[in-house]
Design a protein around this ligand. Structure first.
Ligand SMILES: *Cc1c(COP(=O)(O)O)cnc(C)c1O
Length: 395
């Protein structure tokens, strides 16, 4: 190994480990369901994004197996050479119908979708107004585009309007975009889509909503934008197939012209091999289930409301979540990490999230109830929360 690389790695790894910041990855022995097995122990799982339980749904597994038998395990090429199969086309048509737009484009992940879609439209002659709590993939996509990035205060429509007006008045930019998460995953708060549409229409700003945590959760599954009735008013409805949809992938839904452009300019679409056939088939099946049967969605919200009510009654600070995401805000970073460790020891897998992922002093244990959790599992988790909360003086 190069001496310089060896030095770089050992110094930095030692530094992280000495500060207790090196993340040891837990390995699951089996599916990511409402209970998971780690090092032979069964734990109630409150840390997955598998909101509807579709990641291990029998119907999706069957669809994936059938597609594998028919098309093989790989697509064999990038989408623009000959890696577009009828099943990819069907997935995109299904997404467009579900999202209420003219067309849609699918990517291999939500992360590369943001990298590809933002930089296909925005250039160094442009500016992007970006909510200060946006996801890392949005930040990286904005950086890759070369556009000027202007941070906007979290969910602050007056700050958005003022900074947009300032950017327009400067005369420096050809185009201006505003980009925001649809559901912010650290607090579970929901973007003010009405306010965003109003400002963007008034000032002719391109609107981009990343609905990774809203897809499958908001708007009867169709997402935050459709929930507020703005499917035709937001330019980019971006989402993932990796969270509530249960598989992996990302997409943008929008007008036919926008999608036509992304299909010739978004680089992961042109230079990275297509979603596997099994992946595409499972996603189509997931959307079919969401469209035909609202019960998983209802169960998810019922479980979210139940967990929030129980934890709040015990005296925990659960913030201002408007979705099933349930943070338990503890504050101090070390105490938060200890709380999560104790939960795991007692049988609840809920991870701590601390600075720099969230602001200093707002450390939290984040809980993600899903449609697959039973009342018994949630009550058991609440009982353990009460025990640790008292033990560590949080309640
Ligand atoms: C998870 C997430 C992504 C990335 O999606 P993947 O499909 O997992 O790559 C993008 N944006 C937001 C807001 C996310 O939460």
């Amino acid at each position: 190994m190069s001496k310089a690389l060896e030095k770089f790695l050992s110094e930095n790894l030692d530094d992280l480990k000495s500060k207790g910041l090196y993340n040891e990855i837990d390995i699951l022995e089996g599916a990511n369901g409402p209970k998971i097995k780690i090092r032979g122990r069964e734990l109630i799982n409150l840390s997955s994004n598998n909101y509807l339980g579709l990641a291990n749904d029998e119907r999706l597994k069957k669809a994936a197996k059938e597609a594998t038998d028919r098309y093989g395990v790989g697509a064999g090429a990038v989408r623009t050479i000959n890696g577009t199969m009828d099943i990819h086309d069907e997935l995109e048509k299904t997404l467009a119908r579900f999202k209420g737009t003219e067309a849609a484009i699918a990517f291999q992940s939500g992360f590369n979708c943001n990298m590809g879609a933002i930089s296909a439209v925005m250039t160094k002659k442009d500016a992007i107004l970006s909510d200060e709590l946006n996801h890392a993939s949005i930040i990286d996509g904005c950086r890759l585009s070369g556009a000027k990035i202007i941070r906007v205060k979290h969910q602050d429509m007056e700050d958005l309007r003022a900074k947009a007006k300032e950017a327009i008045a400067s005369g420096l930019y050809e185009k201006i975009m505003y980009i925001s998460d649809g559901v912010f995953s650290m607090d579970g708060d929901v973007a003010n889509i009405d306010g965003i549409v109003e400002v963007c229409k008034e000032l002719d700003i391109i609107s981009y909503i990343d609905d990774a945590h809203g897809s499958g959760v908001m708007g009867k599954g169709a997402g935050t934008v459709k929930h507020f009735g703005h499917a035709k008013n937001i330019d980019f409805q971006m989402g993932t197939l990796s969270k509530a949809i249960g598989v992996v992938g990302g997409y943008v839904a929008g007008t036919k012209d926008l999608i036509d452009w992304l299909k010739v300019r978004a680089r992961p679409f042109l230079f990275s091999t297509s979603l596997t056939p099994a992946n595409a088939a499972a996603c189509i099946e997931a959307i079919r289930i969401m469209e035909e049967d609202p019960s998983l969605h209802q169960k998810l919200w019922e479980n979210g409301d139940f967990l929030k009510k129980e934890l709040k009654n015990l005296g925990f600070n659960i913030g201002a979540s408007a979705t099933p995401i349930t943070p338990v805000i503890i504050g101090d970073e070390t105490l938060t990490q200890k709380f999560s460790r104790r939960l795991i020891e007692e049988g609840v897998y809920a991870k701590s999230i601390v600075f720099p992922t969230v602001p200093m002093g707002t450390g939290r244990v984040r809980n993600m109830p899903t449609a697959q959790h039973t009342k018994e599992m949630l009550l058991e988790a609440v009982r353990i929360y009460e025990k640790i909360g008292k033990e560590l003086g949080v309640i």
